[in-house]
Ligand binder design. Structure first.
Ligand code: AVJ
Length: 314
């Protein structure tokens, strides 16, 4: 093991122990995205019930030219949580090429494979992947010639995974990275009828359930615990007051799981919250982002107002 992998699994263990010691048990949602989890997430994106990806895709496709105009040739395009960079290709196809494209993702296998694919498709583009947890400070690589500013692309409504205080922290960290003339292109999932939202997170094929349960498998494999996956059940409920989907794993019985030298006790019906997915309005998000120095320059949405892509500047 390299020192880096040791410290990474160390913080994984301490994050898991910490989360499972709370009166309301939680696990940080970033751990859903190991190699298998990232593949399952890609499958979620293709589900009929999961309107999010397809709607954002159609907004990007219909408006690629005007969105791409917000990114000039001097810019370094930095994508937070790039995954397979599928939507980015729409941007890159519409762009005069930026200085460099920097995909930032926590899943090493995923981001390196994606970077190779992009280099093949865009031979003259500098693709400089960064393997990082973007919720922590990280540094950008240097490109040649240097970029004059940064445009951050943060699609997928990933910002929705963070409760407002953390989302605000992330916006603050981003605003420091941009430089004058920089901007943020961000995808947000909009508030809509609860039934539509709940169906998206409780798909009939059970892919979201598998995605959620996979985090227990990962903890077993990487931290040597003994979670029984069939003793837990996926749950996703839209909390209308807080405008967020609360995704959890419910313990189906009273049970004890061993984790390192500890034992974690579960009551029957007790939940582990694994992810939130906050839904916004365009105005609500713009007002929120103003607290961190951003102002809304332009936005694009679909006919049904299910999703919006915002261009925020500082
Ligand atoms: C990664 C934020 C886009 O909240 O919709 C999808 C993750 N979790 N189904 C979302 C997710 C379960 C997703 N984002």
């Amino acid at each position: 093991m390299t020192p880096e992998t040791i410290s990474r699994s160390d913080s994984f263990l301490s994050d898991v122990v910490h989360g499972l010691s709370q009166p309301r048990k939680t696990l940080p949602c970033k751990y859903l995205y190991d190699e298998h989890g990232s593949q399952l997430f890609d499958q979620i994106c293709e589900l009929d019930e999961y309107y999010v990806t397809r709607t954002e895709w159609s907004i990007m496709k219909q408006n690629a030219a005007s969105i791409a105009r917000q990114i000039d040739t001097q810019a370094m395009l930095v994508e937070y949580g790039s995954g397979s960079s599928l939507k980015t290709r729409l941007l890159l196809d519409a762009l005069e090429q930026p200085r460099a494209y920097v995909p930032v993702d926590i899943s090493e296998e995923h981001v390196l494979k994606t970077a190779d694919g992009l280099r093949l498709a865009y031979p003259s583009l500098q693709v400089m992947p960064v393997i990082a947890d973007f919720t922590q400070p990280f540094s950008l690589p240097d490109c040649e010639p240097p970029a004059s500013h940064v445009v951050i692309y943060f699609p997928g409504s990933t910002i929705g995974n963070f409760p407002p205080p953390q989302a605000g922290g992330l916006l603050k960290q981003m605003s420091r990275m941009l430089g004058r003339d920089g901007g943020l292109l961000i995808g947000i999932d909009l508030q809509k009828e609860a039934g539509i939202i709940e169906a998206a997170y409780n798909d009939s094929a059970g892919v979201t359930a598998a995605f959620n349960l996979n985090v227990l498998q990962r903890i077993n494999r990487e931290l040597g615990s003994n979670f029984e996956l069939d003793h837990f059940q996926h749950r996703a409920v839209y909390n209308r007051a807080r405008h967020r989907v609360e995704i959890s794993l419910v313990s189906l019985e009273t049970q004890v799981v061993s984790l390192g030298n500890r034992e974690v006790h579960f009551d029957a019906g007790e939940e582990i919250v694994t992810e939130y997915s906050h839904k916004y309005t365009v105005d609500g998000f713009a007002t929120f982002a103003e607290q961190y120095g951003f102002s809304l320059h332009q936005h694009w949405t679909d006919q049904d107002h299910y999703f919006a892509v915002l261009h925020l500047v500082i």
